[in-house]
Ligand binder design. Structure first.
Ligand code: TMP
Length: 234
């Protein structure tokens, strides 16, 4: 059935469409952290994230990355291929920051010669625990071959994204991706790419991402609007 709410997430609601293989993602004016423990309405965030994510996914599609993105259909809505999400948060780090810096007692900013990849198991009731390849195999979340594909694809996406952000004087510090399987069983990039799930620093070291909300550094939408404006100049 068309226009039925399939899933309500923290940042997006997902609706069915007339095509069983297509869903509509509706971005929300909501910011959460600590697995939803802190939740705030931030007017204008939905429009910005939908625009930023649409722009990035269009570029990824054009660069030959297989993604769920079909098209943006309104300020806050986009059409996506329906996938079964693989319950992994794939984190790629170009520099030490956030939980990595904290865990290993490092200052933020150290550059990694080889970007470091991490997996977290997407399971709210467990608070998304850290998970490695052997855990993934044991839990039958993905096969070794699928994990190898996800890793290679994530590194390829990182190289593309790093270049685009560098071109607009932003440093891509780290980010989180999610992958899913489409109706044919193919693994494709899903979810979103926005300052909600990456870290971006400007030339002066200012945080241009959700750390503005997490760390109470100022007005989130002002910062996201600058990121969008920069990306639109690409
Ligand atoms: P972390 O340093 O808190 O582990 O975050 C690493 C990157 O992953 C950062 O860009 C934020 C993003 N991320 C999400 O998008 N969702 C999450 O639930 C977490 C923990 C991190």
């Amino acid at each position: 059935m068309e226009n039925q709410l399939i899933y309500s997430g923290k940042a997006k609601d997902i609706y069915s469409t007339e095509d069983e293989h297509v869903i509509k993602s509706v971005y929300k004016d909501q910011a959460t952290m600590l697995n939803g423990v802190r939740k705030e309405t931030i007017e204008g965030k939905a429009v910005l994230n939908n625009q930023i994510s649409s722009l990035i996914f269009e570029k990824l599609n054009a660069a030959g990355i297989k993604t769920h993105f079909i098209k943006q259909v309104s300020d806050t809505e986009q059409l996506n291929k329906k996938v079964d999400i693989i319950p992994l948060e794939v984190v790629l780090r170009n520099r030490a920051a956030g939980s990595f810096a904290k865990r290993f007692g490092l200052a933020e900013g150290q550059v990694f010669d080889t970007p470091i990849m991490e997996f977290y198991y997407k399971k709210d009731e467990l608070d998304d625990p850290f998970i490695n390849d052997e855990h993934i195999a044991f839990l039958e979340i993905a096969t070794a071959e699928e994990i190898a594909y996800i890793k290679a694809e994530t590194r390829r996406i990182n190289e593309l994204l790093k270049g685009w952000f560098e071109a607009v004087d932003l440093t891509l510090v780290d980010f989180k991706l999610e992958f899913g399987k489409d109706a044919t069983g193919e693994i494709i990039l899903a979810d979103e790419f926005s300052p909600d799930n990456c870290r971006l620093w400007d030339a002066d070291g200012n945080h241009m991402d959700k750390d503005v909300f997490r760390r109470d550094l100022g007005n989130l939408t002002d910062v996201y609007a600058v990121v969008l404006e920069k990306l639109q100049s690409l």
